[in-house]
Write a protein that binds this ligand. Structure first.
Ligand SMILES: *Cc1c(COP(=O)(O)O)cnc(C)c1O
Length: 388
């Protein structure tokens, strides 16, 4: 990599973004009351309903912040202190959700899912004993590369009188999610993941049921996270009217519209299929490099990232070696296995660029070779390209 060249970002967020989104995010600041900004905001909210495949009665939210802020907003708008919730814990971010809910004063029933197993629906059903207010799950666990199927969980929650909330931070805009059809109540993400923008926006859509739940809370959420405080403002934006609660990220909102409309122009089914194809191609390359996935033959593997064990004799020094060949990959994150593995993201616009995927496999192969591993780098690159 020439020292002046920026390395390719292949981590599970922030990710490479489209030329159009980059251009839109690079404009001069707009006033928060500028009609142009309000037009972009309203269009973004309408586009979110389509990307999320949410009902017309749902409310999309866009706040300045990250995925963690969206998780906090879900907890404090849906749960009163003392209420019982179930958290399906598939790794690092399930852990965080449980922590956030405990800080809100919830009684958390945590269902820990072993690395090599799918979520056991019978176990979930037993935990939903009629006294549970809401079920929380992570769509794609960014620490393990394991995907959870939200449909059956949303259905189980509904059948047992509980809300269902899904952390889609490493999935939304890449993995299939059918908010209305599945009857999910809240699906959240952040701009720097598959939505394909710089970091800075927390995004979620809440169902009508979730909005009514907020209305019936005893303990109000913090003002700046409150569904009820934001709702009239967001409704005004959709109607093309000025309204103020807190200054939006006026430089990112036009870019949000661009990236959402790019997804919709391609079609969500094609977006999901593109990520599936890229994941298969990357895994063919990883396999040809002799690498093994952290979660073994996991029943459901994410299309957005892969977690791979370091081969014998190789450790975290691999990341620097790969970066020297032009690609940034990520280290381990799961608390129990952190030093045993690394992660490669394959989400967003790179999945439509075979040369970027090939560069990633080549850089990884060369990095492994620099660490002393015996690998067939060009064979692995061919395996990947053969899939595309
Ligand atoms: C990245 C991520 C988060 C946290 O998002 P931040 O923007 O870093 O706060 C939460 N959940 C999942 C699944 C993630 O991948």
């Amino acid at each position: 990599m020439p020292s002046s060249a920026r390395p390719l970002l292949m981590i599970p967020g922030p990710i490479e973004i489209s030329e159009a989104a980059l251009a839109a995010a690079s404009g001069p600041p707009l006033s928060h009351l500028d009609p142009e900004l309000i037009e972009h905001f309203g269009a973004s909210l309408r586009a979110m309903r389509q990307v999320w495949r949410a009902a017309p009665t749902s409310q999309p939210f866009v706040l300045s912040g990250g995925g963690t802020l969206a998780m906090e907003a879900a907890a404090c708008n849906l749960i009163d202190p003392g209420e019982r919730v179930v958290v399906i814990d598939t790794g690092y971010f399930g852990d965080r959700m449980a922590d956030i809910l405990r800080r809100r004063g919830a009684a958390v029933v945590r269902l820990t899912v072993p690395l090599d197993e799918a979520v056991d629906l019978d176990r979930v059903e037993r935990a939903l004993d009629g006294r549970i207010k809401a079920l929380f799950a992570t769509h794609v666990d960014t620490s393990t590369g394991v995907r959870t199927d939200p449909g059956p969980l949303a259905e189980l929650a509904r059948a047992n009188g509980a809300l269902s909330v899904f952390d889609g931070v490493c999935a939304t805009g890449a993995e299939r999610f059918e908010m209305a059809e599945w009857g999910a109540d809240l699906y959240l993400t952040a701009s720097q993941k598959a939505i394909g923008l710089p970091a800075g926006l927390a995004l979620w859509v809440a169902s009508g049921r979730a909005l009514r739940t907020r209305a019936s809370l005893t303990k109000a959420p913090p003002l700046s996270l409150d569904f009820e405080a934001w709702r009239p403002v967001l409704q005004a934006y959709e109607a093309g009217e000025k309204r103020y609660l807190s200054t939006p990220a006026t430089t990112l909102i036009p870019a949000l519209r661009v990236s959402l409309e790019e997804l919709l122009a391609e079609g969500m089914d094609e977006v999901f299929a593109r990520h599936e194809r890229a994941a298969a191609a990357m895994r063919a390359g990883f396999l040809a490099l002799g690498l093994e996935e952290l979660a073994g033959p996991a029943p459901l593997r994410a299309n957005t990232l892969t977690a791979l064990r370091y081969p014998e004799g190789v450790g975290p020094e691999l990341l620097g070696r790969v970066r020297a060949h032009g690609v940034v990959i990520a280290g381990g994150l799961h608390p129990a296995h952190k030093d045993e593995y690394f992660r490669v993201g394959h989400l967003g616009v790179v999945t439509a660029r075979p040369e970027a995927l090939a560069l990633t496999i080549r850089a990884l192969g060369l990095g492994l070779a620099d660490c002393g591993a015996k690998v067939d780098v060009e064979g692995a690159v061919s395996a990947t390209l053969g899939h595309l």
